[in-house]
Ligand binder design. Structure first.
Ligand code: ADP
Ligand code: NG1
Ligand code: MG
Length: 524
């Protein structure tokens, strides 16, 4: 039995007058390093936290027993009688009002629905798609009852949203009796959370599902997988909330999606420019036309066709080849320096307009937009300056830092103290890159990172998407209590004195965390 399970079962009984069939628990996460690179195909290094979201579920009694609509060949639920609905309530009724959702895979949220229902609807749609693809029947003749309870701070960069989506999806699949592996649920919830708006990369859902207690997880993608990384003895991680909330999905044209767009366009442009360059110099071979007749050496560059580029990871190998082929040969031999050099050569402007990107790609803006999903089209429609070089430089360097972080953790020749110090430096460098190149920090986060370093952190950085939310700081375990006291005094006392924070909220804003286990489902 996991914490809150019995309590939630009792609350469910009280709310709906029947017991739940299943209760799912999905944890939030803190990302140690690897920010804004999952959606560009690169691995990241999060760990689960104990704060979780729980979803208790049952069929509503009193209607004919659930019948299996055939999901075979179709992901659509069938409705023979009345419209099937899901009745939804939250233990925190004041914050998250109750209501109901009409259940149909193509249903839209009614305008007066509570905002948090977007995540439940997304989970439902994702589960319908998954069951349909698996030719699994979706029972649809009874209404569904759902009760949610969660203690992951919302808008804090600790993935309260994905904890909710994962818990809801696990509960639904359990109710329907549709089997799915953690990796399958990770893929389906990553895709379906995009219905809410943000075009994320899958880190949050994957670690929530696949985390193991006591270790960080190196999460990689395509296909999604997670391997444990042992952290050095004596490492302590403290999470601190900067008190500015970061709600990434508020608008379709969010800051988050603008970053995804910038990275996607940087990848397309790098592929196009590399193709042009290689045609001229013969270094990588092939234009972006007539691929079907290409020779075998050109075959290896087939993915360079710019229209097909979705992630910067796909461009990295060609960039390295480009840098290595320059005359005179580069002095810097390190992959990271070569990458940086190549990006600076190929994307020299401080910023680009969509029109300029389209011109460089040899198409018109509308043709370019047509290649993007609607959420990225909406981001492009804002007409903001596109800082392609800076975003690409962040992604390439941050992905290297993730690998270095894993290498330091695994290096048996290093003492634990040396490991801690090197990990701290990598975390500091990550924050500098997020703040400078990626511009996803904010004044409050920078002040808190500063306060953490002044209080003895070996490294500190924003965690999650940024623009508010939390900082994660690395400390030698023995120093953690004094650190927390000093940060509380320096950062939170002024907020307490000004009445911006109640003393009982402090514990949720500043806490030490250890790697927790992943999601679980209890059938009642
Ligand atoms: P983050 O994932 O960083 O916490 P998001 O902006 O992505 O921030 O998600 C926060 C949103 O998730 C909230 O505004 C709310 O709609 C939803 N949410 C989070 N926790 C809960 C909860 N316990 N109950 C209901 N909705 C929740
Ligand atoms: P948070 O901070 O939990 O919203 C988001 C994305 C991640 C990742 C990080 C930045 C979603 C659901 N989550 O996390 O995939 O891109 O930002 O590293 O979109
Ligand atoms: Mg989120």
């Amino acid at each position: 039995m996991f914490p809150h399970q019995q309590q939630l079962a009792d609350q469910f009984q009280q709310q709906y007058g029947c017991p739940p069939v299943a209760i799912a628990r999905a944890p939030g996460r803190v990302n140690l390093i690897g920010e804004h690179i999952d959606y560009m195909g690169y691995g990241v290094m999060p760990m689960a936290i104990t704060q979780s979201c729980h979803a208790a579920i049952a069929w509503e009694p009193g209607r004919a027993g659930a019948q299996a609509a055939s999901g075979a060949g179709s992901s659509h639920c069938q409705h023979t009688q009345q419209q099937q609905v899901m009745r939804i309530a939250n233990v925190q009724q004041q914050l998250y009002p109750s209501g109901q959702l009409e259940l149909h895979p193509s249903s839209q949220l009614a305008p007066d629905s509570p905002g948090w229902f977007r995540y439940i609807l997304a989970a439902y749609k994702g589960c319908c798609e998954f069951a349909g693809a698996q030719q699994q029947p979706i029972p649809s003749s009874s209404n569904i009852l759902l009760l949610v309870q969660g203690d992951v701070p919302p808008g804090g960069g600790l993935s309260s949203s994905s904890a909710l989506v994962v818990a809801a999806a696990l509960a639904l699949l359990a109710l329907w009796g549709v089997p799915a592996s953690p990796a399958q649920v990770a893929e389906l919830t990553c895709s379906c959370e995009r219905y809410v708006g943000t075009q994320g990369g899958g880190m949050d859902q994957a670690v929530s599902l696949m985390a193991q207690p006591g270790v960080a997880m190196h999460v990689e993608f395509n296909p999604v997988r997670a391997s444990p990384v042992c952290l050095p003895e004596g490492a302590a991680f403290v999470v601190a909330n900067c008190l500015a909330a970061s709600h990434k999905a508020e608008t379709a044209a969010s800051r988050f999606n603008l970053r995804v767009l910038e990275c996607r366009l940087a990848g397309m442009l790098l592929a196009k420019l590399l193709s042009a360059h290689s045609t001229a110099t013969g270094t990588t071979g092939g234009s972006d036309h007539a691929r079907s007749s290409s020779s075998s050496s050109e075959d290896s560059c087939r993915w360079l066709y710019w229209r097909a580029v979705k992630v910067l990871k796909a461009v990295e190998a060609a960039l390295l080849k480009f840098a290595a082929a320059q005359q005179p040969p580069l002095a810097a031999t390190q992959a990271q320096a070569q990458l940086q050099w190549a990006v600076e050569q190929l994307l020299p402007q401080a910023s680009y307009t969509l029109q300029q990107v389209a011109e460089l790609l040899g198409c018109c803006p509308s043709e370019l937009l047509a290649l993007l999903p609607p959420a990225l089209q909406a981001a492009a429609a804002c007409g903001l300056a596109l800082r392609l070089q800076q975003r690409a430089l962040h992604v390439f360097s941050e992905s290297q830092r993730v690998l270095q972080f894993a290498q330091v953790c695994a290096d048996a020749s290093l003492s634990d103290a040396a490991k801690l110090s090197q990990l701290g430096s990598l975390m500091d460098a990550s924050h500098a890159s997020c703040a400078g190149l990626y511009e996803c920090s904010c004044a409050e986060l920078d002040a808190l990172v500063g306060a953490a370093r002044a209080a003895g952190a070996l490294g500190a950085r924003l965690t999650g998407a940024g623009w508010g939310g939390c900082v994660v700081a690395l400390l030698p375990a023995a120093g953690a209590p004094a650190f927390m006291q000093q940060v509380a005094q320096q950062f939170y006392e002024p907020a307490l004195a000004a009445g911006k924070l109640a003393r009982e909220q402090l514990q949720a804003c500043l806490f030490m965390t250890v790697p927790a286990g992943g999601a679980e489902v209890a059938l009642q």
